[in-house]
Ligand binder design. Structure first.
Ligand code: FES
Length: 538
C-alpha cells in the first residue's frame, strides 16, 4: 500500500510541471496497480490492513494506549472515510459508470464544483502519509542502522508530501484560471462522462460506502461491550507485580494490557508486536500455567538469550494467578531491548578480576598531566586488549585500575576462572611490552597487581538511566578487591583465591595456601600468591 501511495504522490508532484507531465507520470507509475493482479493485490492489502486494525481494537483488553499508538490507529481508521469520495469518483466510477477520470476533471470537481472535497483531499494526503510514517518509524526504530538513516528518511518523508501538495495547489490554480472560460468545465466534464446523472450515482455510492465504514468501525467497540458484559460476573485471576500491587487480569488480556489498564507503567517500545523485547518480564509465579513461548515470542526470547522464566508481557495471556517482575525500566528505549538476557540483575557464579597500577601517584608527580594521561591511556588500551583476547568483560574503571568479569556469557561459569588466568597472563605480557616501548619516558617501570576470585555475585546491568554498565556487586567483588590489595603486602603480581584456582582446574601443590580476613565476612578467604604465571601455562 505504501508503494501505491508513493507512486500516486510522485504523479501529483508532476503537476508542478504540467497536467500532461502528471498524466504521463500517473499512467506509467500507476500502470501496475491498474492491471487485474495489481488491483487484486492492492485490494487484498487494504482489506487485510483494515481488518487487522478492527481486530486489534476488539482483541485488546485495554484501550489505554500510548499517544503514538492512538495516533496511528485513529488516523488509520479515518482514512477510508476521507478517501471515500476520491476512490468512488475515480476507479469505482471508471469501472461502474464508464467515467474516465483525468487529472483536470478530478481537480475541476475538487476546486470548482465541490471545493470542500479539495480540502478533504489535502487532509487525506496528510493523514495517509502521517499514518504510514508512524508505522514505518515504530517498525524500524529498533533496527541498529536506523539512527544513521533517519535524517535521510525524514527528509524524504517531508519532501514527498510537500511537493505532492504543492502540485495539487498548482494544478488547482491552473483550473481556476482556465475556468474563466465559461465552457471549460462543462466540456472537460462531458469528455470524462461526469454528467449530473453520474455525479448523482457517485454520491449514492459514497453515502453507502460511508455507512458501511461507520458500521465496521463501530463493530469492534460494540463487540468489546458485549464481551465485558459476558465476563463481568466471573472471578478474574490476579496479577502480582513486583512493585507491590496486585490487580485483576481482564479475560483474555495480555500482561501488558493488564498493567496498562491498571495504570502501572511498563516498557513497550514496539507497542506489543513482539519486536522490541523491552516488555520482558520474569514470571516468578504461575509459569507452569502458561503455554510455552512459541512463534514470534519464542524467536524474540531466543534472540536476546532470555534466562529461564523470562517472557514477553505483550504476548502472554494468563488464565491463572501470576506474579511478574519487570526486567527493564518502564522508560526503556529501543536500545535497551538489545540488552542480552541474564543481565537483568540476578545472583550467579562469576569470576571477578581487579587490576591496579602500582605507583600511579608518583607517576603523576613526576610527569605533566598530558604525559600521565598518555601513559594511562596506553596502559588501559593494553589491559582491555588482554580482556578482549581472553573473553573478559571490562566492567568499570577504578581510578588507576579496572574491574573485569569473566564467564559472563559462558555456558559453564567456572570456565571463566581459567579465562581470567589467561587474561592475567596476557596482561603481564602486554605490560612488559608496554614498559619496553615507554622505556625512555618512564623513570620507573609500570607494575600491576591482579586479584582473581570466583563466587556468587549479583550480576547485571546497573547504574543511572542511560549510563548503565554490566557489573557485579556483593561479597565476591569485595573479596576480590581485598585480594588485589594483598598483592602489595606479598610483593607479587597475582593473587588468586582458592575457589578461583579450583574452578580454573589448576594445580598449585607447591604453593602455600594463605588466609586473610575480609571486612564484613566471617570466614577468612584462602588464596595463593603467585609471582609469575608462566609456570601455570597450559
Ligand atoms: S512491547 Fe515490544 S516486544 Fe513486547
Amino acid at each position: 500500500m505504501l508503494s501505491f501511495v508513493i507512486c500516486h504522490l510522485i504523479a501529483h508532484c508532476m503537476l508542478l510541471i504540467s497536467f500532461q507531465a502528471a498524466e504521463t507520470a500517473r499512467d506509467t507509475l500507476m500502470y501496475p496497480w491498474r492491471t487485474a493482479t495489481g488491483t487484486a493485490i492492492l485490494t487484498a492489502a487494504f482489506l487485510v490492513h483494515f481488518s487487522n486494525a478492527l481486530w486489534s481494537i476488539y482483541v485488546r483488553r485495554s484501550l489505554r494506549l500510548s499517544r503514538w499508538e492512538w495516533a496511528q490507529l485513529s488516523l488509520g481508521l479515518c482514512i477510508p472515510a476521507l478517501l471515500m469520495a476520491h476512490v468512488v469518483s475515480t476507479p469505482i466510477a471508471a469501472n461502474l459508470l464508464n467515467v474516465t477520470p483525468y487529472y483536470n476533471t478530478v481537480l475541476i470537481v475538487q476546486w470548482l464544483i465541490f471545493p470542500w472535497l479539495g480540502v478533504v483531499q489535502f487532509f487525506v494526503v496528510l493523514t495517509v502519509w502521517t499514518h504510514a510514517c508512524i508505522g514505518i518509524h515504530y517498525w524500524l526504530r529498533i533496527r541498529s542502522w536506523y539512527p544513521r538513516w533517519r535524517p535521510f528518511l525524514f527528509s524524504v518523508a517531508l519532501l514527498l508530501p510537500a511537493l505532492a501538495l504543492a502540485g495539487f495547489i498548482a494544478g488547482g490554480n491552473e483550473i481556476l484560471r482556465a475556468a474563466k472560460d465559461p465552457n471549460f468545465a462543462k466540456t472537460a466534464l462531458d469528455d470524462a462522462n461526469l454528467t449530473d446523472r453520474t455525479l448523482d450515482k457517485v454520491g449514492q455510492i459514497e453515502r453507502a460506502g460511508w455507512s458501511i465504514w461507520l458500521g465496521l468501525v463501530l463493530l469492534p467497540f460494540a463487540a468489546r461491550g458485549v464481551r465485558s458484559w459476558l465476563y463481568r460476573r466471573r472471578k478474574p485471576p490476579m496479577l502480582a507485580h513486583a512493585g507491590g500491587r496486585t490487580v485483576p487480569i481482564l479475560p483474555g488480556a495480555t500482561v501488558l494490557e493488564t498493567l496498562r489498564e491498571s495504570g502501572i507503567a511498563h516498557a513497550s517500545v514496539c507497542g506489543g508486536r513482539a519486536r522490541c523485547t523491552t516488555c520482558r518480564i520474569l514470571v516468578t509465579k504461575g509459569l507452569d500455567e502458561l503455554p510455552a513461548a512459541s512463534g514470534l515470542e519464542a524467536k524474540a526470547l531466543a534472540r536476546f538469550g532470555a534466562m529461564p522464566g523470562t517472557r514477553l508481557a505483550c504476548q502472554i495471556r494468563p488464565t491463572a494467578d501470576i506474579a511478574v517482575t519487570p526486567l527493564l525500566a518502564a522508560d526503556a528505549s529501543a536500545a535497551d531491548g538489545a540488552l542480552p538476557g541474564g543481565l537483568e540483575g540476578r545472583e550467579r557464579p562469576i569470576t571477578v578480576v581487579f587490576v591496579d597500577m602500582r605507583g600511579s601517584t608518583s607517576l603523576g608527580e613526576a610527569k605533566l598531566p598530558y604525559d600521565v594521561l598518555f601513559i594511562l591511556n596506553q596502559f588501559f588500551h593494553e589491559m582491555t586488549r588482554a580482556l578482549l583476547a581472553t573473553n573478559g568483560h571490562y566492567s568499570q574503571f577504578t581510578g588507576d585500575g579496572l574491574m573485569a568479569l569473566y564467564g559472563l556469557h559462558a555456558k559453564d561459569a567456572a570456565s571463566g576462572a581459567a579465562d581470567a588466568l589467561r587474561g592475567a597472563r596476557d596482561m603481564l605480557k602486554r605490560l612488559d611490552q608496554l614498559n619496553e616501548r615507554l622505556r625512555t619516558d618512564l623513570h620507573e617501570q609500570l607494575r600491576i597487581g591482579i586479584g582473581i576470585h570466583y563466587g556468587e555475585a549479583i550480576v547485571g546491568s546497573m547504574g543511572p538511566p542511560r549510563s548503565q554498565i554490566i557489573t557485579a556487586i556483593g561479597d565476591t567483588v569485595n573479596t576480590c578487591a581485598r585480594l588485589e590489595g594483598l598483592t602489595k603486602d606479598f610483593g607479587c603480581n597475582v593473587i588468586i583465591s582458592r575457589p578461583a584456582a579450583e574452578a580454573a582446574g589448576i594445580r598449585l601443590d607447591g604453593y602455600e595456601l594463605h588466609q586473610a580476613s575480609v571486612k564484613g565476612r566471617m570466614e577468612p578467604v584462602e588464596f595463593y600468591a603467585l609471582g609469575t604465571l608462566t609456570e601455570l601455562a597450559s
